[in-house]
Write a protein that binds this ligand. Sequence first.
Ligand code: PMP
Length: 445
Amino acid sequence: MSSSPLFYQAGPAMPEVSHGRGVFLWDTDGKEYLDGCSGAISCNLGHHHEGIRDAMLAQLDRVAFTYRTQFENGPAMALAEALVDMTNHDLEKVFFVSSGSEAVESAIKLARQYFVARGESQRRHFVSLRPSYHGSTLGALGITGYQPLEAPFADITQGSIKVPGPDFYRHTEADDDAHIRKVLQETRERIEAVGGDRIIAVVLEPVGGASTGARMVNKAYLEGIRQLCDEIGCLLIYDEVLSGVGRTGTWFAYQQWGVAPDLLTTAKGLGAGYYPVGALLCRSELVDTVMASGGFQHGHTYAGNPLACATGLAAVEAIRNENLLDNVAARGEQLRDGLQALKARFDCIGDVRGTGVLWGVELVMDPDSKSPFPADANLFAKVTALAKEEGLLIYPRRTLDGVAGDHFLVSPPLNITEQEVGILLERLSRAMERLEAEVVAPLMA
Ligand code: PMP
């Protein structure tokens, strides 16, 4: 038992970190780890990035904090403009926050205030997917579809209407088009049962994160959802807290399908692990309406402070200056091929999905029936521990909603090199060999 007063979640004892350089971290015993999941898919430029460090130090030498109602600040204005440019002006207004959960809370509250301002206060329901993850604060948790996180708080949150999202791995329809038609039809029916004029917004992650193991949408699905939202007059919110800021090879993942939302949340990679910074982006009309009604009744103390925004700006500039969107595309192909090769070697890898440097690997007991491992086998924890022993960090989860089993994310920094992807795949291969021999074989015996 640790004597430290710190507590987080239950879990195995952890090594103490010493330092990091690029995609590598070292613990205080000198062991090296390749950061194959960018911390929590947040350290998008690796560790000890000199450009970001220099920008932060320069900002610290000027001023770290000013409050948004007292001063404009240059970094906040510049970062807001950069974010709008990154959406190609699909979205033109920016509200800063310090985390993904705060960005989602802000989206929930802005969307609700918009309809209150328009005299449509009967709109009080959100529609979101199961499984999904939108954050740990109560509003964001209410729209999250991840049973273990929801359960203790179900009675004190306003839950959303949970609908299934696309599942190209497990669906049983004749083809993907038929599957999308079925998912859209079910979404429509669930909304009609409540009444389209009572819905505030549909919220979804274009590429899922930890709750789904990088499950993807497609263009037909986004077009169908966009059309449904327009028909019933509700808003469409994309949660790109994890998939935004270059991780999928475009600035935002939705750009790969060309279907724009009304609001978009982003965080994690925006501060690149150097400082907490997140943002809500939205269409001008929403903000104009809310402002005309007396202003947005919302805000957080540290939101949009100069140091946060200088950090975010340095992260965006590094992605631009180092041509990292191109690198993400190239390394993404290398990762896809490497992970597919592992899938061909190991029966317990059921699915490999993702895009850019955001990949999910789903583990199954039987690749034909796609049946998951029993929950008490704790495969997700075991593969993570073995990878860590082999010097590789991956991001694990088990989805308990009957729609998927154990999976992990491979999501290294955007600036990982070709050689480093090779090291990542070698270490993962060794971890999989040990998983097969030490865990899966005895389970199947
Ligand atoms: N939305 C998504 C899609 C996320 O992946 C996360 C974090 N995993 C959040 C919201 C919450 O972000 P944070 O942990 O910064 O509050």
